[in-house]
Design a protein around this ligand. Structure first.
Ligand SMILES: [Zn+2]
Length: 507
């Protein structure tokens, strides 16, 4: 019991940290979502003068980007009954283990694959392609004989920037306690028929409307439980094609908000895991050293994608009905999923998972033991919750695919705002200002740029400085005290995710 009280206190602390922003006393609609973490503080010290440090007089408080009419229409078309149909159908294939039969139309992963392909093809628009992305995986970790691994991939090309692509994933394979048991029942309703339902329902709604400016890919992956074989193959396929993947939205276990503790909050909360700049470790050691030096360990591309998703969900709160709890981790504690395959290719990738998992209903062999029902069964899935997750994904991925690309070559200058180097150092350099620059003219969709910032302890950007269609800006804010990002703004006001400025000698 004591442990639970401590956890409640930890949750309650989050809004206090956030109230350095102007959110504290605002009446934005998304603050009033049931169970919102963003409630005004009640303790007196939150209003003490030093609680507002550092000063936030530069720019304006950030208001989350609002959805346009087209997006609102799309969000209203996400259908919990369709999600129920998809999850029920997948849960009824007996097992969807990666090594299960591929020669049956009623059971095994082959039947699931064929059904998903048929269903997505039937719902696709003429602009879309739906195809299998397959290969033969030889004997390897958790693979005891050569097996065909097939992702089902629906794509819609962007009208303006087709090489830039956003990828939503959910895995259709399932497992039991023994990860090599490929014959016995393994319904995998929550893990991860719900993620596949998010993918399929998004593709269906986009097919009814969509002509995104950048490309969108909707992928049901295989082999996740064995070692993310399908997602790795898909990421490598996109790499080989030279695609510019600006984000992977991975959905894995997104079926209910009703698990304890905190059920009342959970129902309107989805966790979003975003890896720091220190994961993975292999390819970016220079960036990692610099990030350590300037305290930017929580400003990775994945975390900035997470901030973007949380902001879009907040701006569309009334239509989405879900708040995004961004967590600074690659995944849940010591665990993993398909988005890691995209991270390993150097692309921003994040994972959605329900607020609290119920381990009685995950990876379990369906059975009643000592009066407890175990198993990942359809009865524990709340289709309205999964619909809210699908809307969170659709709102943010559609918005990103309708916006300019992230700005490139964003830097923060060492030439201004430092102590003097010698007696001739000009006075104007001896300020506490911060100077930024970035490339312009590369993306016809970009009509301008914004600088965003937050106190280093804040999860989310709190302030924005609109700078127009320029390639540099100097602001009267000490770079010692806040974290910065630069993002592009389209002609219609749609924003890209923000980019961490790299350190540069000068602009
Ligand atoms: Zn899973």
């Amino acid at each position: 019991m004591a442990k639970r009280i401590a956890l409640v206190a930890a949750i309650a602390f989050i809004p206090l940290a956030s109230t350095q922003s102007s959110y504290a006393n605002s009446s934005l609609s998304w603050q009033s979502l049931p169970g919102s973490l963003y409630t005004p503080p009640t303790t007196p010290w939150a209003y003490a003068p030093d609680a507002s440090w550092p000063p936030t007089t530069i720019g304006t408080p950030l208001e989350p980007q609002a959805p346009d009419d087209e997006l609102l229409q799309m969000l209203s078309e996400i259908d919990p009954n369709r999600i129920k149909h998809i999850v029920s159908t997948l849960a009824n294939f007996g097992t969807r283990h990666t090594l299960s039969t591929q020669n049956s139309s009623t059971s095994g992963i082959g039947a699931a694959r064929d059904w998903i392909l048929k269903e997505m093809t039937a719902q696709a628009s003429p602009d879309m392609t739906v195809e299998l992305n397959s290969y033969i995986q030889g004997v390897a970790e958790r693979i005891s004989f050569p097996v065909n691994i097939s992702n089902i991939v629906a794509s819609i090309p962007g009208t303006d920037d087709p090489n830039r692509v956003y990828v939503v994933t959910g895995h259709y394979d399932s497992r039991r306690l023994d990860v090599m048991d490929y014959t016995n029942p393994s319904p995998g309703a929550d893990d991860d028929a719900t993620g596949v339902a998010v993918v399929m329902e998004m593709a269906r709604v986009v097919a009814l409307h969509g002509k995104p400016k950048a490309s969108m890919i909707f992928a049901a992956t295989a082999g996740e439980e064995q070692a993310s074989y399908g997602a790795t193959h898909l990421a490598k396929t996109l790499k080989k094609e030279g695609r510019n993947v600006e984000g992977n939205w991975n959905n894995d276990i997104v079926g209910t908000g009703r698990n304890e503790p905190f059920a009342a909050i959970n129902d309107y909360t989805v966790r979003l895991f975003g890896a720091s700049i220190f994961y993975p470790n292999a390819s970016t050691s220079e960036e990692q050293t610099e990030a350590g030096l300037i305290g930017a360990w929580n400003d990775s591309p994945a975390q900035n994608l997470g901030r973007y998703i949380a902001e879009i969900a907040a701006g569309a709160a009334e239509a989405v009905g879900m708040q995004v709890a961004l967590i600074y981790r690659p995944d849940r504690f010591l665990r993993g999923g398909d988005h890691l395959s995209f991270l390993e290719e150097g692309w921003p990738a994040v994972r959605f998972t329900e607020a609290v998992e119920d381990f009685r209903h995950q990876h379990q062999d369906p059975r009643v033991q000592n009066g407890t029902q175990y198993g990942d069964l359809i009865q524990y899935v709340d289709f309205d919750y999964t619909a809210r997750v699908a809307r969170t994904n659709l709102a943010s991925m559609w918005s990103a695919a309708s916006a300019p690309a992230m700005p490139r070559n964003v830097s923060i200058s060492e030439a201004i705002g430092f102590p003097a180097a010698d007696r001739d150092t000009p006075l104007e350099v001896l300020s506490n200002e911060s100077q930024f620059c970035w490339n312009t003219g590369e993306d016809p969709l970009a009509a301008g740029y914004e600088l965003v910032y937050r106190a280093s302890g804040n999860l989310q950007w709190t302030h924005v400085v609109s700078v127009g269609d320029v390639g540099s800006v100097t602001v009267d804010l000490p770079k010692d005290d806040v974290q910065f990002g630069v993002r592009a703004v389209g002609k219609d006001g749609k924003k890209s995710p923000a980019v961490l400025p790299a350190v540069a000698g000068s602009c």
